[in-house]
Each structure stands twice: as C-alpha cells, then as structure tokens.
Design a protein around this ligand. Structure first.
Ligand code: URA
Length: 229
C-alpha cells in the first residue's frame, strides 16, 4: 500500500467508527436508545439496562423503511446466541429464508451449517444474520437505499452482542462493513478491524456451491477464527 492508499484506508476507518457511534443512539447505546425504545421511560432501571436484541427487534417492528417489505413473507432478523463470541454476517435472505424467517436455511445454508459444525460449534452457539433483513426480488443485489435503511439495525445488533470476531460471508457483506471495493479474494485470509472487533471476510457458501475448490481457503479462514476463540 502506498502512503495515499494508507491515508484513504485510515479515513475510511474513521468514518466507519463515527458511523457506528452515530447509529448506536447518538451517544451511549444504552441511554438514548433505551429512552427511545421504551417510549420515554426515564426510570433508572430502564435507562441503565443495556439494549437487547429483543429491543432492537421491537424497534424494527413491521419494517417498511424500504420497498423490500412489499415482497417479503418474513423479516429475517437473525438468530443464535445473544452473547455469541462469533457473529456471521451474510448478504440477504433468499427464498427459503424468506419463507421460514430464518437465516441460511437453504442449500447454501446447509453447507454453511456444516462449516460451523467443522469448527466444532453449533448454530445455537454463534449468531447468524445478514446485511439486509428482507429478501430482494429474484435475489438481486441489495441497493444502496436498502442498505442505508437496514444497516443501522445490524450495527445495533453487533453492538448488543459485542462478539470477539465477526465473519463476513461473501463480497457483499465484506464490502458493506469495511466500506471498500477491494476484491474478496484479497480481503480474505487476514483479520481486519470493524469498530475494534476482529473481522474476517471469507467466501460466501453459495460461491462454494459453485466453486467447491474454494472450500480449502474458507477452511483456512475459519481456522484463523478458531485460533482466536
Ligand atoms: N444467503 C445469505 O447471504 N443469507 C442468507 O440468509 C441465505 C443465503
């Protein structure tokens, strides 16, 4: 990296950190969000309680913040351990996920579940979610306005869980969270930082279904994660 690219990367990092603080509820994620979430309950108990995933789900409600609500069957909020050390972030629900309201339950999801098992973990021990919570029609790529509407909820989920490691599944999650266009083939295989959390990009399970040869690299990436956990 030359010094201009270094500077650019540093600026991107500052913007990411700043965005996280803003989204978290203007200052402390506890105080402001709790007051907002609980309809202005100013009691000490309400103010001091940390924001939970249930609070965030409640705030999301029957979301109509972008047009994807028109075609969805279910919001796919995310599932797993609210105290997980490891959070996986995918792109967006597909047809199976939209029907069941659960992330990664289709064909790619089955392969993904095997990857988790190979790590010696279960789906219940990690947390699994996506950049978008509603299925884009025909599984097209998420649009900027959809990301803008949905990403604040993902950021709040990550701040509530406070994992040791985030694993981005695929180009889309890695590019969105790292705010970069560097190819996933370059990003993967090393830890980055997202809001001070170790961040490992790897290939999406759907890509592995089409390119089984890439499983070896995903295995290398998840082994690096396992060493940290
Ligand atoms: N692909 C994703 O990115 N997320 C899912 O939940 C399912 C498939």
């Amino acid at each position: 990296m030359d010094s201009r690219e270094n500077l650019r990367e540093e600026l991107r990092m500052i913007v990411r950190e700043f965005k996280g603080h803003l989204v978290a509820g203007m200052d402390s994620p506890r105080r402001v969000s709790n007051l907002y979430l609980k309809g202005g309950d100013f009691s000490a108990e309400a103010v001091d309680r940390p924001v939970t995933l249930e609070d965030i789900r409640q705030e999301l409600g029957n979301c109509q913040r972008c047009s994807l609500h028109q075609g969805r069957n279910n919001i796919v909020f995310g599932e797993g351990d609210p105290d997980a050390d490891l959070v996986f972030v995918g792109e967006a629900p597909g047809a199976d996920e939209d029907i069941q309201g659960r992330p990664f339950v289709g064909r790619a999801g089955q392969l993904f579940t095997k990857i988790i098992a190979a790590m010696g973990l279960t789906r219940e021990e990690v947390y699994i979610c996506n950049i978008l919570k509603c299925r884009p029609p025909e599984n097209r790529n998420p649009r900027p306005e959809e990301i803008r509407a949905c990403e604040p909820f993902l950021i709040k989920q990550l701040q509530a869980i406070k994992p040791e490691v985030i694993c981005a599944l695929g180009t889309f999650a890695a590019h969105t969270l790292l705010d970069t266009n560097v190819p996933i083939s370059v990003l993967r295989g090393k830890f980055h930082s997202y809001q001070g959390i170790k961040f490992m990009p790897t290939y999406h399970p759907a890509y592995l279904l089409r390119n089984p040869g890439a499983k070896r690299q995903v295995w290398e990436d998840v082994q690096m994660i396992m060493k940290v956990l």
